[in-house]
Design a protein around this ligand. Structure first.
Ligand code: PGA
Length: 251
C-alpha cells in the first residue's frame, strides 16, 4: 500500500570532509539514533565502505553524494550507483547545488542520476534550490517547480525518493531561511506532489537544508511539511548532529 505519511529523515552530507579517523563520529551518531526517525550520513565515497562496516547493524544508513548515470564504462574518476550500493550506500544525493555549480549538472543530468540510483535499488535524495538572485526576482516557486519536474524520472514513490529543498544562499553561509520562507516552499512542493502523484504525494519526505543547526532545527521541524533536514557542516560532529536527530524525533 502506498504510504501517505512521510517518514522523518535526518541526513548529513559530509561533502569533501572526513577521514578514517572521523568514523568515530559516525559510530557516535549510530549509537544515538532516536526511535521513530531514519538517519543517514553521506561521507566522501572513499569512506562509504568503511563507514557502512563501522555502523553495520545500527539504525544509521550510509549514502553517496553523487553518482554517474551509467552502470559502468569509460568514465574516468566517476562512480556508478551500483558501485556506491555495493560499497554499502542505501541512498544517493542527486543534484546537490554544489554539483549543479561545480560540475555543471543540469536538470536532465540530475534526472538520469535519480534513475541510475533507482536502477541500483537505492533511494534518491533529490536536491533543489533557488539562488538569491532568483529569490529576489520573485521566481522562487517557479524555479523550484521547474527543477522538481525537470529532475524527476517516471516511477517516483515515497519509498524511492526524498526531496531536499536547499536554498543556495543558505548553504554553508550560516544564513538559515526563515520558517515562513521554508513553509511557503514546502507547502507549495507538497501541493505539486499531490497534483503529480495524487494521494501518494502526501507520503514523500520533504527535507530542508541550508545552515541547519541544533539551535534552529526545532523551529524548522515544527512546520507542517518539513519532514527532516539535510545537514552539511553540523553533520560532521556527533555532538552537533545528535541534537538535530533528537529535535526531529521530538517534533
Ligand atoms: P550546510 O550545508 O548545512 O553546511 O549549510 C547543507 C547542504 O549543503 O546540504
Amino acid at each position: 500500500m502506498t504510504r501517505t505519511t512521510p517518514r522523518k529523515l535526518a541526513a548529513g552530507n559530509w561533502k569533501m570532509n572526513g577521514s578514517m579517523a572521523a568514523l568515530d563520529e559516525a559510530r557516535a551518531v549510530a549509537a544515538a539514533v532516536p526511535d521513530g526517525i531514519d538517519a543517514l550520513l553521506c561521507p566522501p565515497a572513499t569512506l562509504i565502505g568503511p563507514m557502512a562496516a563501522a555502523v553495520e547493524g545500527t539504525a544509521l544508513s550510509v549514502g553517496g553524494q553523487a553518482c554517474h548515470a551509467a552502470a559502468s564504462g569509460a568514465h574516468t574518476g566517476d562512480l556508478s550507483a551500483e558501485m556506491l550500493g555495493e560499497a554499502g550506500a542505501r541512498y544517493v544525493l542527486c543534484g546537490h547545488s554544489e554539483r549543479r555549480t561545480d560540475h555543471e549538472e543540469t536538470d536532465d543530468m540530475v534526472r538520469d542520476h535519480v534513475a541510475a540510483t533507482w536502477r541500483a535499488g537505492l533511494v534518491a535524495v533529490l536536491c533543489i534550490g533557488e539562488t538569491l538572485a532568483q529569490r529576489d526576482a520573485g521566481h522562487t516557486l517557479a524555479v523550484l517547480g521547474e527543477q522538481l519536474v525537470g529532475s524527476l524520472p517516471e516511477g517516483a514513490t515515497p519509498d524511492n525518493l526524498v526531496i531536499a529543498y536547499e536554498p543556495v544562499w543558505a548553504i554553508g553561509t550560516g544564513r538559515v531561511a526563515e520558517p515562513a520562507q521554508v513553509a511557503e516552499v514546502h507547502d507549495d512542493l507538497r501541493a505539486r506532489l499531490g497534483d503529480i502523484f495524487g494521494d501518494a504525494g502526501a507520503g514523500f519526505a520533504l527535507l530542508y537544508g541550508g545552515s541547519v543547526k541544533a539551535s534552529n532545527a526545532p523551529d524548522l521541524f515544527a512546520l507542517a511539511n518539513v519532514d527532516g533536514a539535510l545537514v552539511g557542516g553540523a553533520s560532521l560532529k556527533a555532538t552537533d548532529f545528535v541534537p538535530i536527530m533528537e529535535a526531529l524525533a521530538a517534533s
